[in-house]
Design a protein around this ligand. Structure first.
Ligand SMILES: NC(=O)c1ccc[n+]([C@@H]2O[C@H](COP(=O)([O-])OP(=O)(O)OC[C@H]3O[C@@H](n4cnc5c(N)ncnc54)[C@H](O)[C@@H]3O)[C@@H](O)[C@H]2O)c1
Length: 263
């Protein structure tokens, strides 16, 4: 293994499951030292055990990313343990908000925004002075194809991911001259905790082979395939990439689905 993150220190949120968990394991394999956060403490413990078994260096902290105080404490833990932080992955997120327009609920919009938008805003706010001072840092926000086009999530979820993509661009432009890079990844359909009910329903209905069929690669993806792109953006290989929202979606946002034109 090339150890593309050798000696780097990273914080990953939502690391107990899915894309966050796969990223934590790949980051460790690539030589990164880790601070992992999630509301699911038991899940964090399992990931820590797995990474310790690989000989990795990892600390965990139960954190609700919608709490600015908890985010502050998480970042302080990172600075206390490692002195420096090179990489922040704002991955924790929730879906929901699938109701029709007439039934949209303020509490649901608020909860989705608190986690999907304000979580990354708080984490960026509290790490950015450190990164600017060092003139070094990479922040990766996990958005979604739902933030680019309709059809991949409810109104509140899609709007939250569009907000996160725009925050990625505005914040990247603010700190680019300090050599701090900020990018977003927009996953398509990935089999994780978030999408598990959908996959289970499709399997039980014998429709598994239809999952992901609307993207160009004609399949859904595994979380490890997103983790690979996150490692790339975190690494020095991406040293000239900032302010971008990169789709990892099997090509679904590359083409319109015009009836009769596609097979
Ligand atoms: N799975 C997909 O198809 C897909 C597609 C596009 C984008 N995404 C995005 O990828 C990211 C990761 O999701 P996933 O698919 O791996 O789902 P997942 O449910 O498997 O993992 C999400 C993790 O975030 C944690 N989390 C939830 N709320 C939290 C909070 N308030 N504070 C801290 N941690 C919290 C959960 O406990 C869980 O471990 C999310 O931002 C999601 O929106 C997923």
């Amino acid at each position: 293994m090339a150890e593309r993150l050798k000696g780097k220190k990273a914080i990953i949120t939502g690391a107990s499951n899915g894309i966050g968990r796969a990223s934590a394991i790949l980051f460790a394999r690539e030589g990164a030292n880790l601070i992992l956060a999630d509301i699911n403490e038991a899940g964090l413990g399992q990931v820590q055990e797995e990474i310790n078994g690989m000989g990795g260096n990892v600390f965990i902290r139960k954190t609700d990313v919608s709490s600015e105080e908890e985010i502050k404490a998480l970042i302080n833990l990172g600075l206390e343990k490692f002195t420096d932080i090179d990489i922040l992955v704002n991955n924790a997120g929730i879906s929901g908000g699938l109701d029709v327009l007439e039934e949209q609920r303020l509490d649901e919009w608020q909860r989705i925004y608190e986690i999907n938008v304000l979580g990354p805003v708080y984490a960026t706010k509290h790490i950015i002075a450190h990164m600017k001072e060092r003139r070094k840092g990479s922040i990766i926000n996990i958005a979604s194809v739902a933030g680019i086009m309709s059809g991949a999530g409810g109104n509140a979820y899609s709007a939250s991911k569009a907000a996160l993509i725009n925050f990625t661009k505005t914040s990247a432009c603010e700190v680019g001259s300090y050599n701090v890079r900020i990018n977003a990844i927009c996953p398509g359909l990935i089999e994780t905790g978030m999408t598990q009910p959908f996959f289970e329903w499709a399997r039980s209905a014998g429709k598994e082979n239809q999952l992901g069929k609307y993207c160009e690669l004609k399949r859904a993806a595994h979380p490890e395939e997103v983790a690979g792109a996150i490692v790339f953006l975190a690494s020095d290989e991406a040293s000239y990439i900032t302010g971008q929202a990169i789709a990892v979606d099997g090509g679904i946002t590359a083409s319109m689905s015009v009836p009769g034109r596609k097979i």
